[in-house]
Structure formats: C-alpha cells, structure tokens
Design a protein around this ligand. Structure first.
Ligand code: ATP
Ligand code: MG
Length: 320
C-alpha cells in the first residue's frame, strides 16, 4: 500500500443507524422508523476526512449483509480506504437505534459489542494501513470490549512509534459506560493522545478537577498538547499552553445532531494536518458541524472543502 505520511486512520465500529421519526422516550412502544443510514462514530469521522479529499482509512469489521455493504459502499464512494474493513462471514453488522426526546437528549439501543464490529482487530491489512499513517483518531465509543481496547492501544502504539500523532474524542454514550474496562480505557487514551476533543460535559468526566479551567490545566499537564471542546450550538474552543481561542457556532437549523461532533473533529484534524492555523481550523470545523446538524442521518451531512467554503462565504465568514 502506498505510504502517505499525512494519511488519517481510525479504528472502531461501523453500524447501521435507524432513527425514530417522532420524538419521545426510547423504544418501548411502536414508532415510525427511518433508515438504515451508514454510521458509527469512527466511520463518520473517516468519511468526513475523505470528503475533504484527504487520504483516510478505517480499521473495522462488518457482516456480509446489506447493513455492512451500505457502509462499505458509502465509504468507498467518498474516497476512504476500506482495505482494512473485514467482512465477517457469520456475524451481523452492528446497529444503533436512536430516538430524540423533546429536551434534545437521545436514547439509543445499540447492538455493537456482540456484532461484527466486536470482531474488529488490527489485521495485516490494518497494519499496512497504519504503516506510514501520520495520524490516528480514537473514539471512546470504540473502547467497548477488552479486544477493542487492545486493538485501539495497538494502533496507537504503532502510529506513535513511527512519529505520528493521535487524537481522542471520548464520545461517551450513557448506554455504553458500563461496558467492561471502558472507563479505564478512556483514562488511558487521554494520557496517550496529543489532541483531546471532548464535548462540553465530557471535559470533566475523566479528570480529578471538577471545573472546566481545572480540567484543562490537568489535561495539559498530562502531556496532551491541545484540547478542543465541542459546545454544540455554542460553537467550540481550543486550549493549549499558550491560551484559549473561542469561536461561536454558525447559525443552523438542528434537524439531527448525531454525527456533528464527528464531522467537526474530522474537519479540525484534517485542517491542522494540512497546515492551517488553529483559528482557520476551528472555523472550518464549526462550519462542518453546522452543516451536519442540518441533515437527517449521521453520515449524510459530511462536507467537501467546496461546500464548506460556500457555507462560510454565505454566512459572512464568521460564526454567529
Ligand atoms: P455527537 O457526538 O452527537 O456527534 P458532539 O457532542 O460530539 O456530537 P456537538 O458539540 O454536539 O458534538 O457538535 C459539534 C460541533 O458541531 C459544535 O462544536 C458546533 O461547531 C457544531 N454544532 C452542533 N450543534 C450545532 C447547532 N445547533 N448549530 C450550529 N452548530 C452546531
Ligand atoms: Mg461526539
């Protein structure tokens, strides 16, 4: 495989997502459903990198079924390298059912750990993808079982040993926190990453410090060089040893927020690896998140640079 020092790789779950059309609590009654949509946080992230025209690949596992091929075909169409997505002969592709509440909260029913995604390993194809890859992105949602934790740590060691960098988004779902070993694995990833990308409340979930300022100082003391905090409709902020940069969100009509954080993160990381400034990268990441929330389906709102340029120009160049 061609070595590309800037290639971005992620490892973790591919799932088909099914969305309840009507808001309400959970799935304990019949509801109208829409889908399947291609999904899985690492898959959305990698699709977004590929849509930006940047080399990107995913290490994952799907079943030999329509939900698996739906995802693989989308990733390929968008330019992602799927050579390390294993097709498991007798496991079914993972699924996520999501229903929004009126409060904006979400309830999920996941089948991931006991699906093909639970068989994700760093295979020979995965090692080939990681060789010469410049950056690995790890999602906390992918640390759902001991073999997956080991696979993510193996990929992290592989990339760091070759001088690459690692970003980490805790991407915590309340339904998943009890998974065996997940909490310890989240803490371990925090200590190994170069760029930490929590959503607002996740910032203090893995630290001793309970305040935002305290948590930022604590994470930087661990050796993490930068922190990006995603703040939904309030935009985002970047923190490093030199200080803080805050940026407001672009105005957006929120139709489906799932996947916005993944698009945001992928756009920020890609822009930085392409040499853009923190400020420019935050602006493009905010634009990517804002576009993503306006579209139903977690991977349906990924953006190309041309689309982001047009969106930013239309908004007058700045967040609200
Ligand atoms: P998820 O894990 O569901 O993908 P997240 O919690 O990781 O999401 P968010 O903070 O919800 O991430 O969203 C990521 C980014 O998308 C925000 O930092 C912001 O730039 C943009 N964004 C999200 N919601 C809105 C909104 N309502 N209006 C404008 N921009 C938004
Ligand atoms: Mg997230």
């Amino acid at each position: 495989m061609a070595s590309d020092a800037t290639r971005i790789v992620s490892i973790g779950e591919i799932v088909a997502e099914i969305i309840a059309e009507d808001r309400g609590a959970g799935f304990r009654e019949p509801v109208r459903l829409q889908g399947p949509y291609p999904s899985g946080a690492p898959a959305i992230f990698i699709d977004q990198v590929a849509r930006l025209g940047h080399p990107a690949g995913l290490i994952s596992c799907v079943g030999d079924d329509d939900f698996g091929w739906l995802n693989v075909e989308r990733l390929r169409r968008d330019g992602a390298d799927t050579s390390a997505v294993a097709i498991h002969p007798d496991q079914v592709t993972g699924t996520a059912f999501v229903r929004y509440r009126d409060t904006g909260e979400r309830d999920f029913v996941f089948n991931i750990r006991h699906s093909a995604a639970g068989h994700t390993r760093v295979t020979a194809a995965g090692r080939a993808l990681l060789d010469g890859c410049g950056h690995l992105h790890v999602m906390g949602s992918s640390l759902f079982s001991p073999p997956l934790v080991e696979a993510a740590e193996q990929a992290t060691r592989h990339v760091k040993a070759r001088g690459g960098t690692v970003s980490f988004d805790p991407n915590i779902r309340k339904e998943m926190l009890a998974a065996p070993g997940m909490r310890d694995a989240l803490g371990a990833m925090l200590r190994q990453c170069d760029l930490f990308m929590p959503s607002g409340p996740e910032l203090t979930l893995l630290t001793e410090a309970g305040s935002e300022e305290g948590a930022i100082a604590e994470v930087l003391r661990l050796g993490v060089s930068g922190i990006v905090v995603k703040r939904g409709r309030d935009g985002a902020s970047y923190h490093d040893r030199n200080g803080t940069l805050r940026m407001a969100a672009f105005p957006a009509v929120e139709i489906d927020p799932t996947g916005a954080g993944d698009c945001f993160g992928a756009t920020f990381v890609t822009c930085r690896l392409r040499g853009r400034s923190v400020e420019d990268s935050l602006r493009y990441a905010n634009a990517s998140g804002a576009r993503a929330v306006g579209v139903r389906g977690p991977m349906e709102g990924t953006s190309s640079f041309a689309e982001l340029d047009a969106f930013i120009a239309h908004a007058g160049g700045e967040g609200a």
